[in-house]
Design a protein around this ligand. Structure first.
Ligand code: PRP
Ligand code: MN
Ligand code: MG
Length: 182
């Protein structure tokens, strides 16, 4: 097992936990999308690790593409403004699109993406989120079709998630020590 980074207060999900969670999601998606024209769209940059794992657990012909949006910048709070930094390369009209996201926090990023992608007329549009953060004050009512697991309302990093672009490469998911960002 990877040794724990000194900036991590607590490991919430180990590599082994994550593998189990992603395997289950892959099985569900494989079952639900049989015979469909599945396109996975990962949201850069946080979702890259989850995407890499999830796509290998889906036993179906699958296309992938990426969009880059950012709302957090280097802060710990969403700016409230979602910007497209990189758009899709492929046309999703008439296809079965599954947005792959690392975390649903305020919901702002996914709310914006759902609206944006819906306007391109896919046959279907759903969300697979690795984490759904339990927050009281959620600004949007997005309910992902596939949820890996819930996580507490703390600043979590690793498994693709960053603080100021750091910690994305930690193979586990953990709570960042508050003194690192305060
Ligand atoms: C993070 C995370 C999600 C989003 C979730 O992305 O990866 O995409 O915030 O937060 P929300 O539900 O409050 O919108 P970020 O904007 O930090 O960009 P990144 O993926 O490049 O880290
Ligand atoms: Mn992100
Ligand atoms: Mg980020």
């Amino acid at each position: 097992m990877a040794s724990q980074h000194p900036d991590i207060e607590k490991v919430l999900f180990t590599q082994e936990d994550i593998d189990g969670i992603v395997s289950r999601l892959g099985e569900e998606i494989t079952r639900d999308y049989a015979g469909k024209d599945l396109v996975l769209i990962a949201v850069l940059r946080g979702a890259v690790v989850f995407m890499g794992d999830l796509m290998r657990k889906i036993e179906l012909p699958t296309n992938i593409d990426f969009m880059a949006v950012s709302s957090y910048g280097d802060g710990v709070k969403s700016s409230g403004i979602v910007r497209i930094i990189k758009d899709l390369d492929i046309d999703i009209r008439g296809r079965d699109v599954l947005i792959v996201e690392d975390i649903l926090d305020s919901g702002l990023t996914l709310k914006y993406l759902m609206k944006n992608l819906e306007s391109r007329k896919p046959a279907s549009l759903e969300v697979a989120a690795f984490l759904w953060k339990d927050v009281e004050d959620r600004t949007s009512a997005i309910t992902p079709k596939y949820v890996g697991t819930h996580c507490p309302d703390a600043f979590v990093v690793g498994y693709g998630l960053d603080y100021a672009e750091r910690y994305r490469n930690l193979p586990y998911l953990g709570i960042l020590k508050p003194e690192v960002y305060s």
